[in-house]
Design a protein around this ligand. Sequence first.
Ligand SMILES: *Cc1c(COP(=O)(O)O)cnc(C)c1O
Length: 598
Amino acid sequence: MTPRLSPTPALSVPLDHGALRDQFPILATQLHGRPLAYLDNAASTQQPREVIQAVSAYHQQYHANIHRGVYELSRNATRMHDYAREVVAHFLHAAEPAECLFTRGTTESINLVAATWGRANLRPGDEIILTELEHHSNIVPWQMVCAETGACIRVIPINDDGELDLAAYHRLLCSRTRLVAVNHVSNALGTVNPVREMIVDAHAVGALALIDGAQWVAHGPTDVQALDADFYAFSGHKLYGPTGIGVLYGKRSLLEAMPPYQGGGDMIERVTFAQTSYAQIPNRFEAGTPHIAGAVGLAAAIDWLEAIGFERVAEHEQGLLKRATERLGNIRGLDIKGTARNKAGVISWVISDPPLGTLDIGMQLDLRSICIRTGHHCCQPLMDRLGVSSTARASFALYNQLAEVERLADALEEIITAVRARVVPTAPNRAADHGGMAAPSEEFPQFPAAVAESPAAAAETIAEVFAILPDWPMRHQQIMDFGERLPPMPAALKTEAHFVPGCQSRVHLAARVRPGTDSVIEFLADSDAGIVRGLIALLQQLYSGQSAQDILAFDAQTFFSSLGLDAHLSMTRRNGLLSLLERIRQIAQRQVDAHPTA
Ligand SMILES: *Cc1c(COP(=O)(O)O)cnc(C)c1O
């Protein structure tokens, strides 16, 4: 069967927004009895039925390895893969398909340029200009190649609105500048950067320009020739396509002069043990069997999006952004981060009055089936510049509705009102209640004593409490309630040495051996997130006042999964529960090592 390469004539472009949403099966999902409001499109977009079906049809009818077979099935798969490259080239207005390399995504595209062009061209003293808005994918590969070559990184600062300081950019540009690498749109703040002008300026000093287009390509038309971009990178999964597929565009003259990236099959012309000559572009940079199904899905996503047209995309998404900015801007105590004049459909914020950790915001919204992103958004240098450790972020796609924006804003108002209504001040503020003077508890902090004769006995009591709470929202509330009763941790104990890294919120833990004993460990801990304070309270009930041996003997991870925590909290990265546990166990281990017979 000959594969269908171009979209069916019937590729439906519903004018009605409801019908457009219906093309996304996942949006019909109900969570906690409410429809899903998916507002994390800057992390990944959902896929329309056209894409899912194109990938499925490929697997069901056309799959074979490409470039290898003399048989028809392989020839067809090869044609589908070639067609996908043509679709990409057309989408980017590249001069020819060969300039569009398939990669795993933006991250790999940037790493490819750093590893090949960077290693071959950078010398000690050369400079690469980045911006304060960059994603870690457009920072770390450059740090790696700078460490190898002796080149160095210069950074364009932003103003308080999250816009690049172009005067500073012009001051940084000089004869040592080899490359300017900048995102087209900031994933954390939504700022649309003036990349066309920045490329002109880079070229004027003889530097190249790489544009990280991960956050742009789904939201506006891209013309790499009009931009005169030297390299342009994007990912399929932020463009209504599959994960694991992305693109690096590069000008032919540059790609041809670059050494290969990975060695292997499909990238060679002739191999002997003495010497290998390499294939022409694009194959030279695509060693091994590529993600054929991913390329097919990406082409289907591009066809789908182009059939809708960027005019409609921009109008719809800007409408959502405008409404979100109005509603969130009117919520007292909520600060929007990133107020650039030219923004894509991304809105980031923190809630400072009452102080509410972004992790709590995310989890409270999750309980209302609203998906947003919280954290540093892979932009830690930007968070440092903004003076926050993380933000909450909603990001819009074509299928989002105004009703979802209203739901988000209503939920935020409700959450803030609920926190305000609580009388108990949250722990981080208590030190301030004493007019800057050390409170009595600062000098004699109350380290919590044991609540049971062993961690296992404490665990039984906790398990009984959880057993009568039937669902996750109730268990979540129980953990939050535990957190509200957490003994205060004096500010004086929140030192660098007591900081626990690896948590999304700011967490400190201070432990001591109870005076007069060899091995009884007590600890205080605190966090700026209520959910983490709740988890700390759980850890205290289990461990504080227990002997080091008993602490080491207790299997907390199994206990936490029996409570159902790992189904609802991603244990490793987000809440730092495991980092806290690890810290407590290390302290216990040191004590056991120091007093083996105790
Ligand atoms: C998502 C993103 C990346 C990384 O993309 P991957 O698909 O994870 O490789 C890089 N830069 C920006 C601006 C992004 O938003």
